[in-house]
Design a protein around this ligand. Structure first.
Ligand code: UDP
Length: 328
C-alpha cells in the first residue's frame, strides 16, 4: 500500500483523484484550505481508515508525518472568476505552495506531480498545441496570475528534477468537466448548466467563435494516473482533442437540457484564448491513453449531477463581472 498526499483534495479534480487512489487500495492524505474546495466532495471518504483530511494552506510550511510515496499538487484556484477574486492566493499556491511541496517530496523521497495547464500556452498561436510550443501569455493580464504561477511551477519542478534528481511528473490539463464542478466558478459548463436549470438565457461571450476541447473527468483522471505511473518526466498534454466553438456548444446544451433557453451574447473577456485543442500524440504513444467518453455521454452525466443540486444551491450562482475583467 502506497501513501499519497493530494493537495486540492476537496476540489473537482483533487476529489476524483482521491477516489482513484482509494480504489487502487492506497492510503490517501487529502489536503485543502477550502478556499475554493468543498468538503462535500470528500464526505464519502471521511470515515475510511485509509483516508485522512488535513485542513491546511500549502503556502505555509507543510508537515506530514510518516512516509510518502507520491505527492500530487492539485491545489489552485482554476477558473477566471477565481483569479479575479483571489489573485494573490492564486500566485502563492502555484509558487510558494509548489516550493514547499517540492521540499517535502525531497525530504520524503517521494515522486512529485504537478497539475499544470493548457493556460501555459496562453492565447496560442500554434494549433493544436504540442508540448513543444512555448506559449503566448500576457504576464499582467487578468489570467496572468494563474498562467505565470503555472509556468513558474513547471520551471521549479524541472529545477528540482535536474538539480536534486527528484522524480517528477508534469501534466498539462486541458478543459475538464464532470460531476463536482463548482456551480458558481464562472466556467462555461457550470454556467450553462446553472442557467438552463434556473430557466435563464445562456450567456455566450464574444461571438462564440472561440473554441475549447472538453475532456470528461474519468478520462482525465485515467490519463493523469497513467502519467504518474510512467517514467516520463517532461510535460505531457492530457485532454480531449474534440474541439468545438462555444456557440455550437451552447446549442448542444440547449438540446441536451431540453429547455427552450435563448442564447444571448456578452463581451468577450480580456485575453480569452481564441482557440484551444491538445495535441495528444505523446499521451497516445507513451501512455497508450486516449479519451473514451464522448461529449454527449459526458455532458449527460454532468447534467444529471447538476440536477441533484438543491434550489438553494442553484440560486447562489455568481456571475462574472465583465467591467472588472476588461479593465487594464
Ligand atoms: N464562456 C461563455 N459563457 C460563460 C462562461 C464562459 O461563453 O458563461 C466562454 C469563455 O469566454 C471561454 C469559454 O467559454 O471562451 C471557456 O471558458 P471557461 O471559463 O470555462 O474556461 P477557459 O477560458 O479557462 O478555457
Amino acid at each position: 500500500m502506497k501513501r499519497i498526499l493530494i493537495t486540492g483534495a476537496a476540489g473537482f479534480l483533487g476529489s476524483h483523484l482521491c477516489d482513484r487512489f482509494i480504489a487502487e487500495g492506497h492510503h490517501v492524505i487529502g489536503m485543502d484550505n477550502l478556499i475554493t474546495g468543498d468538503l462535500k466532495n470528500l464526505e464519502h471518504l471521511m470515515q475510511l481508515e485509509r483516508f485522512d483530511f488535513y485542513h491546511h494552506d500549502v503556502t505555509k510550511f507543510v508537515h506530514v508525518p510518516g512516509k510518502l510515496d507520491y505527492i500530487l499538487h492539485f491545489a489552485s484556484p482554476a477558473s477566471p472568476i477565481d483569479y479575479l477574486k483571489i489573485p494573490i492566493q492564486t500566485l502563492k499556491v502555484g509558487a510558494l505552495g509548489t516550493h514547499n511541496l517540492l521540499g517535502l517530496a525531497k525530504e520524503k523521497n517521494a515522486r512529485f506531480m504537478i497539475a499544470s495547464t493548457s493556460e501555459i500556452y496562453g492565447d496560442p498561436l500554434v494549433h493544436p498545441q504540442t508540448e513543444e510550443y512555448y506559449g503566448n501569455v500576457n504576464t499582467i493580464g487578468p489570467r496572468g496570475v494563474y498562467d505565470e504561477a503555472k509556468r513558474f511551477q513547471e520551471s521549479i519542478t524541472m529545477a528540482y528534477h535536474r538539480f536534486h534528481g527528484l522524480d517528477t511528473r508534469i501534466v498539462r490539463i486541458f478543459n475538464t468537466y464532470g460531476p463536482r464542478m463548482r456551480l458558481n466558478d464562472g466556467r462555461v459548463i457550470p454556467a450553462f448548466m446553472g442557467q438552463a436549470l434556473r430557466g435563464e438565457d445562456l450567456t455566450v461571450f464574444g461571438d462564440g467563435s472561440q473554441t475549447r476541447s472538453f475532456c470528461y473527468v474519468d478520462d482525465e483522471i485515467e490519463g493523469i494516473y497513467r502519467l504518474l505511473m510512467s517514467d516520463y518526466t517532461l510535460p505531457m498534454n492530457i485532454g480531449n482533442p474534440n474541439e468545438i466553438t462555444i456557440k455550437d456548444f451552447a446549442e448542444e446544451i440547449v438540446k441536451l437540457t431540453g429547455t427552450d433557453q435563448k442564447i444571448i451574447y456578452k463581451p468577450l473577456p480580456k485575453d480569452d484564448p481564441l482557440q484551444r485543442q491538445p495535441d495528444i500524440t505523446k499521451a497516445k504513444e507513451i501512455l497508450g491513453w486516449e479519451p473514451k467518453v464522448g461529449r454527449e455521454e459526458g455532458m449527460r452525466k454532468t447534467f444529471e449531477y447538476f440536477k441533484t443540486l438543491s434550489k438553494h444551491e442553484l440560486q447562489k450562482t455568481e456571475h462574472r463581472d465583465f467591467s472588472d475583467r476588461n479593465k487594464k
